[in-house]
Design a protein. Structure first.
Length: 390
């Protein structure tokens, strides 16, 4: 898979055009890159140069296993990008972003986190306009964050990531005037997870005619896997005899063992004999791990085919798995282990959507009507749904 980066002007702003021969899996990988957009005018994907510098964009594409070629016209003279050169006394740091990246890697943060944080700090340098690091204050941070949130319409989660990136930056640049303790992240939004009923899950599997897709959906639900855990699951991690699979280095770099549903084993054998994957449980047609974007895409497609109006993502199946376990009487501590949560508070969110206890609660309207009915049986002759005349 190969893409070519070319200079582009779109909407009066400098951009990088990302060109490639159409291929669904390649398109989905490119769409996963932060800030990538599609222009119908030029019929290509692109990113604004204010969001990505060329080096970071190339590195991000290469990290997805895609070969990158650059158009000869792609020179600093053709695309004007402020290069952050920060003066420190008598020394000049020509690549502060690279220093920052190395620092994050040294903290053993995930590749995606390193890439995301590096883009944030690249934008911060551009915002500072080569201001001395020793002069950067919390006021600069405030103005930058306000601009980014307003212009790019960040969600709360992205806003929190932005503050975390700046905190790491300030920790590395101790001679700046940024007070790390004064940097506050916005509170997390607390949403109840979207959960499918067991009937909806079975209907979703029924409409998935593609055997590979059905196997992926069934494993996401039956074992409560995250999408990253699914696409990185290798065949040797599946133990049919013990009816379990081992999740290696899941979120938080933790290993865990989860249950392999007995009802899934027949589907697993059929899938394996049909597709003969070599290393990973689910592989793309050319080998190697499957694209997360492709999985999200076919889940939405099957959700519509099943007539499910809820917004379905791979994580919806994990939410459904956890909720159904609790409804079936599995203890919270066991569910926590199966999901790989570090804190029980994270798992407890599913107790708010489990129906087992909620269905036993009677609405005060029903209580009131029953009380009246006992006092006057004639009230039963008046259906509650009828119109009342006053």
């Amino acid at each position: 898979m190969t893409v070519t980066i070319k200079p582009l002007t779109h909407g009066g702003e400098a951009c990088y055009a990302i060109l490639f021969a159409y291929e669904v899996s390649l398109k989905e990988l490119i769409k996963e890159l932060q800030y990538v957009r599609y222009t119908a005018t030029h019929k290509c994907f692109y990113v604004f140069t204010k969001n990505w510098n060329l080096e970071a964009l190339e590195r991000a594409i290469l990290a997805k296993g895609i070969t990158v070629t650059k158009d000869p016209a792609l020179t600093q003279s053709s695309i004007k990008i402020p290069v952050p050169v920060i003066e420190q006394g008598t020394h000049f740091i020509l690549k502060p972003i690279e220093v920052y990246r190395n620092y994050l890697v040294g903290l053993r943060l995930s590749k995606s986190t390193v890439e995301t944080y590096s883009v944030f700090i690249s934008n911060f340098f551009l915002f500072l306009h080569q201001k001395l690091l020793t002069e950067v204050t919390n006021e600069d941070v405030r103005l930058f964050v306000e601009q980014q949130v307003r212009v790019k319409n960040y969600k709360i989660s992205t806003h929190r990531q932005l503050i975390s990136a700046i905190k790491h930056f300030a920790t590395l640049q101790l001679d700046s005037k940024i007070d790390i303790d004064a940097l506050q992240r916005p509170y997390k939004s607390k949403y109840l997870p979207t959960v499918l009923s067991t009937e909806e899950v079975l209907e979703l599997l029924r409409v998935a005619k593609n055997l590979k897709h059905r196997a992926a959906l069934a494993l996401l639900y039956s074992s409560g896997l995250r999408i990253g855990e699914l696409i990185s699951l290798e065949l040797h991690m599946i133990d049919i005899d013990r009816k379990q699979l081992v999740v290696k280095q899941g979120k938080g770099r933790k290993d865990r063992v989860v249950v392999l549903a007995e009802g899934f084993i027949g589907l697993l054998k059929n899938y394996y004999l049909t597709y003969r994957p070599k290393q990973y449980f689910i592989e793309n047609p050319t080998g190697g791990p499957y694209s997360a974007g492709s999985i999200r895409q076919f889940i939405k497609r099957y959700g519509k085919a099943a007539g499910i109006r809820k917004n379905i993502t791979p994580h919806t199946l994990r939410h459904s798995y956890a909720t159904h376990l609790i409804e079936n009487g599995v203890g919270l501590r066991y569910v926590q282990d199966l999901l790989g949560h570090s804190k029980p508070e994270t798992t407890m969110i599913y107790t708010h959507v489990a129906r087992k206890d909620l269905l036993q609660i009677q609405s005060p309207l029903d209580t009131a009507l029953q009380s009246l009915a006992k006092r006057d049986k004639e009230l039963l002759k008046l259906p509650f749904s009828d119109n009342f005349s006053g």
